[in-house]
Design a binder for this molecule. Structure first.
Ligand code: GAR
Length: 222
């Protein structure tokens, strides 16, 4: 199996809890992806330490060194991805907007997770906005990355309730638990060649372990 595993880079900006969830899943011999590189745009990103402790190669491309030259910043990231023969890029709390040129090089080979039920609440402060606008459901979305921010074909989503006494932090914590469940699964579907992108729609192949799984915490829709 190891020889067939897709070579994955995870891009982070901070804590890296989604990265850790994927790394945990990747410990299974059957997992179709191997995380070979963790790259951050901040030298103090906590997740770098976690990855390094597990013996995974890490890289920092500090956006502050590029003084607004986004093309050069993205080119440096691309160079690291190529140097590691990366086949799939996983954005996990990577808080920089990537240039259309870079995104175009990774069409259908780059995933992002966003803490809302897209296409609602693109951008920042998703939990505050879900509460303020009276949503009863909130959640997270894994999607293929396109040039427009938080757009792109949706691979899977998880929905959680918004409770009357929720604060942005309590809602974020509930959603984060769902993120940790769906992102490793989504990465496995793509790395295992189980999905086809048709325009804005993603088809998950018959026979893969696609499922709608409900429990008291979340509705997870694959
Ligand atoms: C996650 O909640 C992720 O959905 C969000 O940042 C957090 C990163 O947490 N991403 C975005 O807002 C991207 N638009 P983590 O570093 O612990 O995985």
């Amino acid at each position: 199996m190891a020889a067939n595993k897709k070579r994955v880079a995870v891009l982070i900006s901070g804590r890296g809890s989604n990265m850790t969830a994927i790394l945990d899943a990747a410990k299974s011999p059957d997992y179709p992806a191997e995380i070979v590189l963790v790259l951050a745009n901040k030298p103090d990103a906590k997740g770098l330490e976690t990855a390094a402790n597990l013996g995974i190669a890490t890289q920092v491309v500090d956006h502050k060194d590029y003084k607004g030259n986004r093309e050069a910043f993205d080119a440096q990231i691309h160079a690291h991805l190529e140097a590691h023969n990366i086949e799939l890029v996983v954005l996990a709390g990577f808080m920089r907007i990537l240039t259309p040129g870079f995104v175009g090089k990774w069409t259908d080979k780059m995933l992002n997770i966003h803490p809302s039920l897209l296409p609602s609440f693109k951008g920042l402060d998703t939990h505050e906005r879900a509460i303020e606008t009276g949503c009863r459901l909130a959640g997270c979305t894994v999607h293929f990355v396109r040039a427009d921010m938080d757009s792109g074909p949706i691979l899977c989503q998880a929905a959680v309730p918004v409770l009357d006494d929720d604060s942005p932090d309590s809602l974020a914590a509930r959603i984060l638990k769902a993120e940790h469940r769906i992102y490793p699964h989504a990465v496995a579907l793509v790395a295992g060649d189980k999905v086809t992108v048709e325009g804005m729609r993603v088809r998950i192949d018959e026979g893969s372990d696609t499922k709608l799984c409900a429990n008291s915490e979340a509705q997870l829709i694959f």
